[in-house]
Design a protein around this ligand. Structure first.
Ligand SMILES: Cc1cc2nc3c(=O)[nH]c(=O)nc-3n(C[C@H](O)[C@H](O)[C@H](O)COP(=O)(O)OP(=O)(O)OC[C@H]3O[C@@H](n4cnc5c(N)ncnc54)[C@H](O)[C@@H]3O)c2cc1C
Length: 326
């Protein structure tokens, strides 16, 4: 039984690892240079920015033992910064009681690097079509190359990218189309000197910025003074086609108005076209009886742990089919 998984985010890799642990053959296709998806880190000289997921929580009891294992293996650690809200002009209100936030060590991307270790992972390979072939599925890349024939295929991409890949199973394609995802802009800002601010991360209550965090305050991040600024979802939607330079200027400018000294030496924007889930569709994962499945955060909720849950559920459905001899 050979399963192809399209997308090496947390959902795809969770599913891949579970199948691999059960002794099945798995190949993971990823269009980017490395695994991670929206759990990602951009490195630049001695600076590094987690410009996708900022941290993750463990609300789901099924996820708790997994996070414990990751912590024991040194993959993750708690982020014990000064958290709160920025209200009005620039009033900082500390969070009470503090939420437990987990981050990858030494960067968010360490999580998915570790999850992909030992797997057959084909990066820089964008799958364009998934078509039925006798007893299985044929995959083709965007370049028109044959990516192989597989017994089963799991589509683990953001929902808008899943729709065309699920064309052979119109029911699934329709479900994916019903999940709503919004764009997101992240700005990576590097400073010459440490900023003297009373917080490490804040939810910003008004204006174009929704979140501001000092990446350097996470464990094992080094000394470079790196901050991440995330746009408010509504603002990102309205400015999705702006230039990267304009977005960096607008978001840094909005913070500079409120925080004296917020003057980075470099600010680079990154667009997540399908960044944040607005509306999940449930249930946790979907499987067409012919062996075409779909999973991702869009099935469950807008968080890392939701994507994990979906990937785990996808593997559960496939392993149950195997046990039934399908
Ligand atoms: C800016 C930002 C901040 C966030 N902050 C948090 C946070 O603080 N806490 C939290 O819990 N969650 C946060 N999230 C959400 C969290 O990152 C996601 O819910 C989660 O990472 C989704 O994982 P996934 O595996 O479902 O999808 P993804 O991570 O998107 O993985 C899908 C993968 O599929 C690949 N792909 C797509 N199409 C193809 C194709 N045709 N062929 C091959 N590969 C393909 C993509 O390149 C990608 O790697 C944040 C997200 C963003 C964007």
């Amino acid at each position: 039984m050979h399963t192809a998984i399209i997308g090496a985010g947390i959902a795809g890799l969770t599913c891949a690892r579970a199948l691999y642990a059960a002794g099945q053959q798995v190949t993971v296709f990823e269009k980017s240079r490395g695994p991670g998806g929206r759990i990602s880190t951009r490195r630049r000289d001695d600076a590094a920015f987690d410009h996708g997921a900022q941290f993750f929580t463990v609300r789901d009891p099924a996820f708790a033992p997994i996070a414990e294992d990751w912590a024991a293996a040194g993959m993750i650690a708690p982020w014990t910064g000064r958290f709160g809200r920025l209200v009005g002009e620039a009033r900082y209100v500390a969070e009470t009681p503090p939420l437990t936030r987990w981050v990858g060590v030494p960067r968010m991307s360490a999580i998915t690097r570790r999850l992909s270790a030992g797997l057959d992972l084909k990066t820089k390979t964008r799958i364009e079509t998934v078509t039925p072939s006798p007893g299985g599925w044929q995959l083709k890349t965007t370049e028109g190359d044959d990516a192989g024939r597989f017994d089963r295929v799991v589509v683990a991409t953001p929902s808008p990218q899943a729709v065309p890949l699920l064309a052979a199973a119109p029911d699934l394609a329709e479900k994916a189309a019903a999940a709503k995802m919004r764009p997101s802009w992240a700005v990576m800002a590097r400073f010459a000197e440490p900023l003297r601010l009373p917080f490490d991360a804040v939810d910003v209550q008004e204006g174009p910025v929704a979140w501001l965090s000092r990446n350097t305050s996470k464990p094992a991040r080094g000394d470079a003074e790196c901050w991440v600024v995330l746009a408010r979802a509504r603002w990102a939607e309205a400015h999705v086609e702006d230039t990267f330079e304009d977005v960096a200027e607008a978001l840094v400018g909005a913070m500079a108005e409120r925080l004296p000294g917020f003057a980075p030496v470099e600010a680079i924007a990154h667009r997540w076209r399908y960044g944040l889930l607005n509306q999940a569709i449930g249930p946790d994962a979907h499987l067409d009886p012919r062996g075409l499945g779909a999973c991702g955060d869009w099935c469950v909720g807008p968080r890392v742990e939701s994507a994990w849950r979906s990937g785990q559920a996808m593997a559960g459905l496939l392993l149950a089919e195997t046990a039934r001899g399908a």
